[in-house]
Design a protein around this ligand. Structure first.
Ligand SMILES: NC(=O)c1ccc[n+]([C@@H]2O[C@H](COP(=O)([O-])OP(=O)(O)OC[C@H]3O[C@@H](n4cnc5c(N)ncnc54)[C@H](OP(=O)(O)O)[C@@H]3O)[C@@H](O)[C@H]2O)c1
Length: 323
């Protein structure tokens, strides 16, 4: 079983590479010249150089049975970058597959709950409801979905929309761990959130690749629970054994925080997770999904709830001195 992963140097991609190897796949990883390969070191993977945003360098995508398209930008200091890394890159990958690897058995596109958008009331929406992304990130991922679905009648595609993913190697949720570890956290009111621990997401990705029921379908992926931000914060504080002071701030202050994030990003030339685009998402308080379809069609059974997941993540951050 020959597999190609794009985005293999990242948080989710590197965990997927490890699990595919353990499951007996021969794994190739599409990486950029500039990719940091530390999570792939020591793994028996073949590295293929390529940049998904440049169609001309994707002609070496051939003879793969399984293609996992995970590469993408989850933060950016200008909106065009989202569209290049998430939309254009997906158009390029799909075109390269159709041209050079038409016998592929499955193409998995890792989209996001952000592509679908927030829930507006307590009833959970299903995958076939109309997407309504609120950020450029979400919109660029939805346009990536459209680029994949264009090939639905010719190629065996599946799309997963994970909720917030957390676990070892993740740098985005780490920001909250860091604030909480320092004992102080800005808090702007209650929200409801779906989460998925990395190991469960990887199992869902592999199920989507191996189950024929996944062809042509879109699935929400989470651990099946709905958490309030208070529960998540308390769980992190408990795993880190800190007493936390929450500093109440009005939600209306968030755009100013996003603006400061963008300014900081321009000054330092580094992307920050809190920026104006992210704030467009944070202004909504229902980032939740229903995973009945993944359970019924894929046989997906999430195994890790936040108690263990957050404890293992906190332990990993501590051991690796990320906190
Ligand atoms: N993390 C989450 O909570 C979450 C939730 C839902 C969906 N997702 C989706 O999951 C995917 C992976 O996310 P992640 O959290 O693992 O992010 P990550 O750690 O930032 O990894 C992103 C990966 O994409 C690669 N990449 C970016 N632009 C590329 C390009 N033009 N050509 C080739 N490779 C490129 C990066 O390579 P370099 O090493 O070269 O930068 C890196 O390997 C993304 O598509 C994201 O939208 C993530």
């Amino acid at each position: 079983m020959n597999a190609l992963i794009t985005g293999a140097s990242g948080f989710i991609g590197s965990h997927l590479a490890e699990k595919l190897l353990k499951s007996g796949y021969a794994v190739s990883c599409l990486v950029r010249k500039t990719s940091n390969l530390r999570w792939l070191e020591g793994l028996n993977v073949k590295l293929i150089q390529g940049d998904c945003s440049d169609r001309d360098c994707l002609n070496n995508i051939r003879d793969f049975e399984y293609i996992f398209h995970l590469s993408g930008a989850i933060k950016a200091n200008c909106s065009e970058l989202f569209y290049t890394a998430n939309t254009k890159a997906t158009e390029n990958i799909m075109d390269a597959i159709e041209q050079n690897a038409p016998c592929v058995k499955r193409i998995i596109y890792l989209s996001s709950l952000s592509a679908f958008g927030p829930n507006h009331d307590s009833a959970l929406l299903h995958e076939d409801a109309k997407p309504h992304p609120v950020s450029d990130y979400g919109n660029s991922k939805l346009m990536g979905e459209d680029a994949v679905l264009k090939y639905k009648d010719r190629l065996p595609v599946s799309i997963l929309r994970p909720a917030v993913v957390y676990g070892p190697r993740d740098r985005e949720m780490m920001l909250f761990f860091k604030f909480i570890n320092a004992g102080v956290l800005p808090y702007w009111g209650e929200s409801r959130i779906s989460l998925v621990y990395i190991e469960d997401l990887i199992n869902a990705i592999i199920l989507a690749a191996e189950r024929k029921e996944a062809i042509g379908e879109i699935f929400f992926i989470s651990d099946g629970m709905i958490y309030t931000n208070k529960e998540i914060i308390n769980e992190i504080a408990s795993a880190l054994q800190v007493r936390l002071i929450k500093i109440r701030m009005p939600k209306s202050a968030l755009p100013a925080v996003g603006f400061l994030g963008d300014c900081l990003s321009k000054i330092t030339n580094k992307t920050t997770m809190i920026n104006r685009d992210k704030v467009k998402e944070l202004m909504h308080s229902n980032w939740v999904c229903d995973i009945s379809k993944a359970k019924n069609k894929l046989g997906f059974i999430p195994k890790v709830g936040i108690k263990e997941g957050i404890k293992w993540t906190a332990d990993w951050y501590r051991i690796h001195k990320w906190l």
